[in-house]
Design a protein around this ligand. Structure first.
Ligand code: ATP
Length: 510
């Protein structure tokens, strides 16, 4: 199946089963805004819980925060967002479509990467087990040519984007012959900067003084509360503050489903460290974060690190964790060494000291910060897209299955009476009433067992429990595993522990 088709199928599956709906759909929707339905909200909450527990519950020196979306407008002056939270945009005059200039360039680089991958695959096909990938990558003339092209474009991106040389960015796009994917022409406008923050007005006062912003990142709420948390929580460096919450960006191009939205949710953790120790912690958090992802079992080959070419104004090192989405490898999470930029800026603009007295060093300093920042919606898409499978079964029928990590599945178990009579529904309800203390349970008595199993496969329920006539005699049920489709007869008394063992979040956290 084509990857882009796959995205279409995922979008319709997500809608059909109540994971994600277009926002205000009865009015034909609002672009790049989505609502999470009855199953979507469960999956989303479970992702949040996995992240929160792994940060706050598992680390003595990390605590949480829930700061307001609105902040004093000076916050954004201090953070640099008013002056520099821009994306370079470019319009194609023929298609009238707008693009991010840096994204056009990144996509151009991807084409060279795809050529390298193609050559590697050809080599594998031709030489089989004898194929030495490392040697091929180091010596093949085609590969070397494409590698050189990548390096050249990356260098020129650094020289232009990195220095806000918009004319240089335009020239680079023209030199590379990049065309608009819609019109196929190079009839581009000049490159301009576009500020991504949404603004609104406070109360009844009008004019500049009342202008406030919807936060474009949750991080600043953490920085302005640095001392509040440090003092009241008696935190000692190194320590972290974690926060999950909405962020808003007036994205130039918002497409690809929930990958790029104008209202989205972030899970961010700012880790405060001694100046000079930030690189050690930067490496530490890169390792921790990739381990968090790998525990989910979505496939280690679906992740890769990508070092930033253009460092943000506040960073001295930054890497993205990219995921193999249906649209290809794209940013899922960022790990950034933000230096002491933010705290220093807030000191300067507020006139308040934001420092830590380090008893071991016997001195005050402004801590350095290493940040991990992941988009909750992008994580949702990563999980949904890599779990969505169509399988052909032994009898040549097909099933659609969401092989969600069990701990994240909306329902952990579906309880079903084989028939609607002979007291089976009552027995099934009795079982639900017991299991629901520990697990989110579905109850389903409609249609044939096969159809009911398919419905649960399609929403990723790890277990189905069937109550039949034998249950009434010996207090046993069959329990069916979503992935193997195998059924086992077990005693009702064992259900809680069997299900618990597989779906427990502890499996992910340990
Ligand atoms: P991109 O380059 O894709 O615009 P970014 O580098 O601007 O992303 P960050 O500022 O590092 O993103 O934000 C941290 C995380 O927030 C990203 O890794 C991503 O998962 C998420 N995120 C950022 N913008 C959006 C958006 N418009 N919609 C959904 N998630 C987003």
């Amino acid at each position: 199946m084509q990857k882009e088709d796959n995205l279409k199928d995922i979008i319709s599956h997500a809608k059909e089963y109540g994971f994600v709906f277009p926002s205000s759909e009865i009015y034909d929707g609002l672009s790049a805004t989505y609502d999470y339905g009855q199953l979507g909200v469960e999956l989303k909450n479970n992702i949040k819980s996995y992240w929160w527990k792994s940060m706050v519950q598992m680390n003595e020196n990390i605590v949480g925060l829930d700061s307001a979306i609105f902040m004093h407008p000076t916050t954004w002056k201090a953070s640099g967002h008013i002056d520099a939270f821009n994306d370079p945009l470019i319009d194609n005059k023929d298609s009238k479509k707008r693009y991010r200039a840096d994204v056009l360039l990144e996509e151009h680089i991807e084409k060279y990467r795809a050529k390298i991958d193609k050559d590697v695959n050809k080599g594998i096909k031709r030489f089989g087990d004898d194929f030495d990938k490392d040697q091929f990558l180091a010596t093949n003339p085609n590969v070397l040519r494409n590698k050189a092209k990548i390096e050249d474009v990356e260098q020129r991106m650094k020289d232009t984007l990195g220095k806000d040389d918009l004319e240089g960015v335009y020239n680079l796009i023209m030199d590379l012959g990049i065309v608009c994917p819609i019109s196929g022409t190079k009839n581009w406008t000049e490159v301009r900067q576009f500020n991504l923050m949404f603004s609104t007005e406070l109360g009844s006062v009008s004019g500049e003084a009342a202008k406030i912003y919807l936060r474009p990142e949750t991080a600043q709420g953490i920085f302005v509360n640095f001392l509040n948390v440090q003092k009241t929580g008696r935190m000692k460096i190194p320590f972290g503050i974690a926060q999950i919450g909405k962020a808003f960006r007036n994205e130039i191009v918002a497409r690809q489903f929930i990958f790029r939205m104008r209202e989205f949710e972030q899970m961010e953790m700012q880790f405060f460290v001694r100046p000079g120790e930030e690189m050690k912690w930067y490496e530490y958090w890169k390792k921790q974060r990739i381990a968090w992802h790998n525990k989910l079992g979505l496939g280690e080959e679906n992740y890769r690190f990508h070092d930033h070419i253009k460092l943000a104004h506040y960073a001295n090192a930054a890497a993205d964790i990219e995921f193999n989405f249906p649209m290809g490898f794209k940013e899922l999470e960022g790990v950034h060494s933000r230096t002491d930029f933010d705290l220093k800026q807030h000191e300067e603009h507020s006139g308040k000291k934001l420092q830590f007295f380090d008893p071991e060093m016997n001195k005050n300093y402004v801590p350095y910060v290493v940040e991990t920042s992941i988009g909750l919606d992008r994580m949702f898409l990563a999980i949904l897209s890599s779990s969505f499978k169509t399988e052909t079964l032994e009898n040549d029928t097909e099933r659609v299955v969401l092989s969600l990590p069990p701990a994240l599945a909306p329902y952990k178990v579906a309880v079903m009476p084989l028939t609607k009579k002979d007291g089976l529904p009552e027995k099934a309800r009795e079982i639900v009433n017991e299991l629901k203390f520990d697990h989110n349970c579905a109850y389903d008595e409609k249609d044939s067992p096969g159809k009911r199993y398919r419905r649960q496969d399609a929403i990723g329920t790890p277990y189905c429990v069937m109550i039949d006539h034998q249950t009434m005699e010996d207090n046993t049920v069959t329990i069916r595993d979503r992935d193997t489709m195998e059924q086992e007869r077990v005693s009702i008394d064992e259900l809680t522990s069997i299900i618990g063992a597989k779906v427990s979040m502890t499996n992910l956290l340990r």
